[in-house]
Every structure is written in structure tokens, then in C-alpha cells.
Design a protein around this ligand. Structure first.
Ligand code: BG6
Length: 499
């Protein structure tokens, strides 16, 4: 396999935030790591009247970890800019001419990636014009990377999909879910399928529940306009959280090919028990942050944020209990929660194993601590395993002990940015870590039932204090099953055990 295909990357939305914060630094990291062919070009497109110099200057400024000025300069020379109107055919003709020139100059055999990093309402128009104006007629391959949101419900996602499928086939479409590019999300498969001690236990026979928490400390910042229409359910659950659920719950794939992995993930999404309108409140809790304190500073509540309706019912927090009606998972709750303005920025998966059938080691009449496997996705990356051992001394009691593995303890290098891997995968034509249409379709189907029920304002939205871990109703959701959220508490419990 050619690991450095000569490619031109065309970025729609080159003057935007995503390009500056994520894409340019990621492409630079690939360049530094020598993962790009010497012959590559990046063409930035935007409405602004920038020049090649402006984009090169912007790219240079966006790089945080610069190797040397010389390497940055060499890198920036690969960037070009074209002022662009997505609704103007002429723009596409100019782009095609520029791409042909660059392909001749850099001897790139017509391999083109079109990266949509801009407002979603134009995705369809752009895809159609790319095709109709001949930008796909090259000797090489053409691919489309498309950012979320992929629609805002199932009908709009279907419509968008129809539009882009007019121009690109499914295997040319790379739908980004940046969680799938995270090191520890990719590690879920290896932890599960590479370890006999886990995979044999990975079912309702031995697992009590699985918890996934993705909490953020930031509020909506300047994205109020977008967020008002989206909310946490569409922004985080439909994509990132459900992707993690499917990786945790899928059966072992026959082989590690994109098709086999995807087909197992799809089975999980098909087996998700639909949440009916009447039952939404039994399974899902929505919350919205009120004012509070973050790091000792007063912060505003969601309803006072910029571009947010002062009476808004948009959720900034979701907790849910998902059930998977399959032989492997019947009866095991998958608890998820995600929110903004929470106490910590952290993404973690906790697998709680079932208690032993008989407990020989009572600690002051408390049960022995359940075994837990913790997958730390971010900001720490690693795995912890909570076991029980003998408390030192003469008492003979058991205490929980925690075995920790941290990625950065072993390899001091930075783990690659999610975007870095995903752009590279797309260049190689590997769609494993992208969302297939069937996954998008099924996850919207599941989500739409919940958001429809929430549209009626009869269902409570729980206010939680900024800087907290969310509303109490989310604790009650687990308490009714006799469970509780573990997350960051685990460490304290373990430390207490040693007192
Ligand atoms: C994005 C959401 O997809 O994910 C944002 O639109 C959210 O609202 C972000 O902040 C979280 O990503 P990460 O990688 O910081 O956990």
C-alpha cells in the first residue's frame, strides 16, 4: 500500500475556526512526522479576499508546536488560497483550473480530497457543483470529508445524504466523528478483542452496567446560535456517545476491515431499545446550566449567553439509560451523560462488573468493592483496573486497589490529534473510523424519538449549577436501578480504602 499518496486537499471554510484550530495543526503534524508525500497541496477556499500569502501567514500562526521556522516555511509553501462563492459556478471553474495547475506542478495524479469545514446548509450545493462542474473527472480518486452536524434529524440527514450521494458514492464519503480519531476510543477495540481476561467477561453474565461520561467545563461560548437548535442530544449524543456505545457493545468482527467492523456496530444500533414518547423521562434526563462558579469565578447561566433565548428550553446536559436488546446485552444498562459547564473536562468509560455470588470479605458490613475497568479517554489517556486485595495489617479485611496504566507514562510523545489520524486515514482510503450512512440513519432514528418528546415542554428540564456534575435527576436515574455514577469518585473511594 502506498502510505504517502500524492494528494491535494481542498478545504471549504479555510478562514474558519475549525480550519485554524484543528485542521492546519493536524496537517502540519502529519508533515512533521513525514507522513505526507513531498508532493501535496492544500487549497483553502473562503468568501474573504485572502491571498496565498494571507493563508500561509494564518497557517503559520495557527501552529502551536512548531519544529523550526524553516520547517514551518517549507510547510506553508504547500498552501494556496482562492476566494470562493459556493453558489457560483465560476468559482468551481477557477478551482478546477487551479487544481489542474497544482497537479501538474506537484505531479499529483488527480487525487483530491474535498473537506467541508463550513456551514452545513451548503454541503449539498457544494457536492453537486463539484460533480457537475467536472471536479471529479480526474485520473486519480476523489473523496469528500464532511463535518458534523450531518442533518438535525432523520429527514434532514436523509435529504443531505441524497444530495451528496448524487455526486459521491458511499465509499467516497468520509463523515467525520472526531471521537473516532481519539487514541483511547480506538483502543476500545484492542482492549476488548486483544485481551482474553476481558472479552470472555464482556456480556450480561458478568457486567453489571457500563457508564460513559463526557463532561466539559466550557459553556456554549460564541456558538449560541448553533447550539440553540442543536442542544447536547444532537451535538454529542447522536454522534460521539452513540459511537462509543457501539464500539463497547459490538460483537467481535470477523476481521478488522471497515466493512466487518461497521456491520457489527450497526447491529448494536439496530438493537437499541427505542425510547417511546411516554417513557422518555424514565430513560433520559435533560438539564441546562444555571449560573455558578468555575475555578472560583462567577459564570453566567445558559439563558444569559450570547444568542440564546432567555426562555430557552435547549438542553446543555443529557443523561440517559440505554438498553440493547441482544443476547449479549439484555438487562445491562448503558448509562451515558454529557454536558457543558460541568465540574471537569473529562471523557471516561467505566465498566462495572457484577458482584461475586457470595461475599466472604465484608468490610464493616459494606459489600466488597465491585471490579471496575476504567478507560480514560481524555484528558488523561489510559486504563485503570479496580480489584480487591487484602488490607495490610492484621484485620484480614479486603480493600480496593487500583492498577493504573497511562499512555504518557510509557511514550512521552504527544498522541496524535484526532483530526490528524482521520485526515491521514482518508488519504489512505481507510473508512474504518468514519460514520457510515447506516450508522447515521439508525442513530438519528433513536435520537429523534427523544427530541420529539422534549419538544413538548411538559417534560422537565433540570437546571444544574455551572461547575457541578449535572442535575440530581441524573443520579436518580441510576439510583432507581440500585446504581450510581462512578467517574471521578473512583479514585477517592480507592484512597479511602487505604486509610
Ligand atoms: C463537538 C461538539 O462535536 O465536540 C462540541 O460540537 C463539543 O460542542 C466537542 O465541545 C467536544 O469534543 P472534545 O474532543 O473536546 O471532547
Amino acid at each position: 500500500m502506498n502510505t504517502k499518496p500524492k494528494t491535494t486537499l481542498v478545504i471549504f471554510g479555510a478562514t474558519g475556526d475549525l480550519a485554524k484550530r484543528k485542521l492546519y495543526p493536524s496537517i502540519y503534524n502529519l508533515f512533521k512526522a513525514n507522513q505526507l508525500s513531498e508532493e501535496f497541496a492544500v487549497v483553502g477556499l473562503g468568501r474573504r479576499a485572502w491571498t496565498n500569502e494571507t493563508i500561509r501567514e494564518t497557517v503559520s500562526q495557527s501552529l502551536i508546536h512548531k519544529e523550526s521556522n524553516e520547517s514551518v516555511e517549507k510547510f506553508c509553501e504547500h498552501f494556496y488560497y482562492l476566494p470562493f462563492d459556493v453558489q457560483e459556478k465560476n468559482s468551481y471553474h477557477e478551482l478546477n483550473t487551479l487544481l489542474s495547475e497544482l497537479e501538474t506542478k506537484h505531479q499529483i495524479p488527480g487525487n483530491r480530497i474535498f473537506y467541508m469545514a463550513m456551514a452545513p446548509e451548503f454541503f449539498g450545493t457544494i457536492a453537486e457543483n463539484i460533480k457537475s462542474e467536472g471536479l471529479k473527472n480526474t485520473e486519480g480518486w476523489t473523496r469528500l470529508i464532511i463535518e458534523k452536524p450531518f442533518g438535525h434529524d432523520l429527514p434532514s440527514a436523509k435529504q443531505l445524504n441524497r444530495e451528496i450521494r448524487e455526486a459521491f458514492s458511499e465509499d467516497e464519503i468520509y463523515r467525520i466523528d472526531h471521537y473516532l480519531g481519539k487514541e483511547m476510543v480506538q483502543n476500545i477495540e484492542v482492549i476488548r478483542f486483544g485481551n482474553a481476561i476481558f472479552e470472555h467477561l464482556w456480556s450480561n453474565r458478568y457486567i453489571e452496567n457500563i457508564q460513559i461520561t463526557s463532561s466539559e467545563t466550557l459553556g456554549v461560548e460564541d456558538r449560541g446560535g448553533y447550539y440553540e437548535k442543536s442542544g447536547a442530544l444532537r451535538d454529542m449524543v447522536q454522534n460521539h456517545m452513540l459511537q462509543m456505545v457501539s464500539l463497547l457493545a459490538m460483537d467481535p468482527p470477523l476481521r478488522l476491515t471497515p466493512e466487518e467492523i461497521r456491520s457489527e456496530k450497526i447491529k448494536v444500533l439496530r438493537a437499541l431499545r427505542p425510547v417511546t414518547h411516554e417513557k422518555v423521562s424514565d430513560y433520559f434526563v435533560r438539564g441546562q446550566y444555571g449560573p455558578g462558579q468555575m475555578d472560583g469565578e462567577e459564570v453566567a447561566g445558559y439563558r444569559s449567553e450570547k444568542n440564546v433565548d432567555p426562555n430557552s428550553f435547549t438542553e446543555t446536559y443529557v443523561a440517559g439509560k440505554l438498553l440493547i436488546d441482544s443476547h449479549r446485552w439484555a438487562g445491562v444498562p448503558f448509562y451515558i451523560r454529557t454536558g457543558k459547564r460541568m465540574h471537569v473536562k473529562s471523557t471516561e468509560v467505566i465498566i462495572q462488573f457484577k458482584d461475586l455470588p457470595m461475599n466472604l470479605y465484608l468490610n464493616n458490613e459494606e459489600k466488597v468493592h465491585p471490579n471496575l475497568l476504567i478507560i480514560h479517554v481524555q484528558p488523561e489517556e489510559g486504563i485503570s483496573l479496580v480489584l480487591n486485595g487484602k488490607k495490610m495489617g492484621i484485620s484480614g479485611e479486603s480493600v480496593p486497589v487500583q492498577l493504573d496504566y497511562r499512555n504518557d507514562g510509557v511514550d512521552a510523545g504527544n498522541t496524535p490529534e484526532a483530526y490528524e489520524r482521520l485526515i491521514y486515514d482518508c488519504m489512505l482510503g481507510d473508512a474504518t473510523n468514519f460514520a457510515h450512512w447506516d450508522e447515521v440513519d439508525l442513530s438519528w432514528t433513536f435520537i429523534d424519538a427523544i427530541s420529539k418528546a422534549w419538544q413538548s415542554r411538559e417534560i422537565d428540564i433540570h437546571t444544574y449549577e455551572a461547575g457541578s456534575m449535572g442535575p440530581k435527576a441524573a443520579d436518580d436515574l441510576l439510583a432507581q436501578d440500585g446504581n450510581h455514577w462512578w467517574s471521578k469518585n473512583v479514585i477517592h473511594i480507592i484512597e479511602r480504602g487505604f486509610e
